[in-house]
Design a protein around this ligand. Sequence first.
Ligand code: AMP
Ligand code: MG
Length: 334
Amino acid sequence: MWTLGIESTAHTLSFGLVDENGIPFPSSSATIRPEKGGIHPREAADHHKDCAAELLKNLLDNNQLSADDISAVSYSQGPGLGPCLRIGAAIARGLSAKLNTPLIGVNHCVAHIEIGRQQCGCEDPVLLYVSGGNTQVIARLEGKYRVLGETLDIGIGNMLDKFARAQGIPFPGGPVIEKLAANWLAENPECNMDGLELPYAVRGMDLAFSGVLTAALRLVANGKPLEAVCWSLQEHVFSACVEVAERALAHTGKSELLLGGGVACNDRLRTMCKLMCIERESFSYAPPKMYCIDNGTMIAMLGWLELGAGRITEFEASAIDQYLRTDQTPIIWA
Ligand code: AMP
Ligand code: MG
């Protein structure tokens, strides 16, 4: 009795599993890394199509399972890039029909929350969801995860990746920026923001990153050291995210903060969240990094939860939804 999860919203195709008790097992994943330029949706979809069979076989082999051990198939129904979502949905429909198992289309953003709650053992957190395409501050209210604040333009991860790409750093740029920023701080422990100021990304409860990106590119073009700009960029945009998250904690009266999404792998961001929560006598949680980045296991976990609550997706209703919102999914499993 295993639930298979298929993640294909953007750059990564990933298959993951949870067992009959909802215990997660590590995913088998592949990420497209374009030699130049950003992620092209159709090229990413081709990548997913080409590596799907091998990834699924590896997942089953690694866990000494056969296809017949799969009792439910869950997939990311949205939000994401249309061509990529369609590959995942097509694989899910095919497997579900062949294996004669229930099909469950789930909300990718909600899956980030549920794997985080399961991994960290937190009850009712405010989620700071920071990924490539999404940046949202989310809290549960009246049966749905509500978006209290979000980016008005690009996702924070996309912003970091674009900045990196302009410096010749390939996708994903976020981890490299983290290293460069840490180098700068190690070599300049007394450094300050003089000459390195950037616009501040907070707009009420919302965020905006394209202006910060332009200004950071200009600093490099004007001769500031790349490592220094990486440091300043992280400090500015992470502070903005943490500020909105703190306001969300204050408004909702909740006392748990949970990080999710690929940018939540960043240790500086994790530290900032911890410091803020200590000051508020609250608790900051971050799942293991393999469950922060996009992964099939979180899709399996949410599928397992929804199936347990009696929800399945009929074939006629299994079309993908590129623009699915976090607050469109009723929380029927808790
Ligand atoms: P996701 O869309 O959730 O899979 O996350 C992918 C994004 O996470 C990409 O934009 C990466 O650059 C970013 N990312 C991954 N690791 C880190 C890190 N250590 N620091 C900052 N960003 C990161
Ligand atoms: Mg994601």
